[in-house]
Design a protein around this ligand. Sequence first.
Ligand code: ASP
Length: 453
Amino acid sequence: MKVVKFGGSSLATGEQVKKVFKIVTSDPERKIVVVSAPGKRYPTDEKITDLLIEFGKRHLHDQESRNILEEIIERYILIIMELQLPDSFIKKIRNDFMQLMSIDKNNPVMFLEAVKASGEDINAKLLAGYFQHCGVEAHYVNPKDAGLLVSNEPGNAQVLPETYNRLSNLKSRLGIIIFPGFFGYNERGEILTFSRSGSDITGSVLANGVGAKIYENFTDVDAVYSVNPSLVKDPKEIEELTYREMRELSYAGFSVFHDEALIPAYRAGIPVLVKNTNNPFAAGTKIVNKREKPNGSVVGIASDTGFCSIYVSKYLMNREIGFGKKLLQILEGYGLSYEHSPSGIDDISIILRENQLTPKMEEQIIDSIKNELHAEEVHVEHGLALIMIVGEGMRQNVGTAARASNALASAGINIEMINQGSSEVSMMFGVKEMNERRAVQALYHEFFIGVLV
Ligand code: ASP
């Protein structure tokens, strides 16, 4: 049995839905289909989920919201018309969306959760209806009926362990199961969504629960590329990746696959295949436990901007027991999470996503570190990009760091910091944001082309 997930762009129009139908029905093993809400039809288009969030917020604040709801319904109607489905489908969709107007607003957070989830939920019902209309046995299954239990964390729900056993019952259902992605239910039966793009998580959880042979994740690119195509033209496609490599890459800006989504598949040893709905015969990228092909030391380069570094220096820091703990406690007090912490003998840098900090908070943190920890120097550096080179092969290959830093030096780029994860699967370079593109290009040429242009 295969679990197949289709992302928003694969379901954005009637034409796309027809492709999905063809892909699913061309392989009898594709028994469980997870769907996103319709996504963008063209780059400047809006995702249904974003429209729903806008609708939800307006409705909560008693602002004009009917227009947005109509816009959303219109998008579904267009799909229904392109699929030449009977008018009863339009009535049903309108009814389903109109019910959003009557959800209890007394708990605004839970109201928004239910609104956000409706894009996927209604799309799954529509898809199941389309399959049935085409004479294929297919059934919409609600995550509550299937037993997809999640924690009480709105917009960041985590799957509870008992879910997996319950989901295994899906194996005995007849026909094709069409399952909405992106949300589950808490113990009280309330809807909670995963973090954005979380339908990938639903697919992986289902694949684990039913012990699928493979989890196919259909999107709009032929493969996972070795580097962001908007930074390097026509980058190489990656044939095979390990879970750890994919996790590192998706953490640092590879948006093809949700970084949390790998865990359930990984735990059950289920390979994940990233494929293109618009070109289903392309081989795609397979994510596995162990790579067959060594593929050199680096398989991919990822980068992301929007980081800052809190630099702290104090003479003899290395001998002071508990210094790191106290420093992190100060950050914890402000509810800040950190990403990395490269350190020297007398200094340490804490790398954070800078959107967490306000100028006021920054001032207070600097004061606290100076006063409570008696640090000699504390400053915050803004506008950093982190670039990660990723590959399990790094462990066996000598000189990867030297090659990377030489490549950056030859391109005239100053490295603000270097950090190698203990697992030796990735190496991170901090550079100024304005150097991100050139740095990524220099590294790509070093590891994938071999000639610096
Ligand atoms: N529709 C949701 C989002 O836009 C979830 C998903 O597409 O996976 O984030």
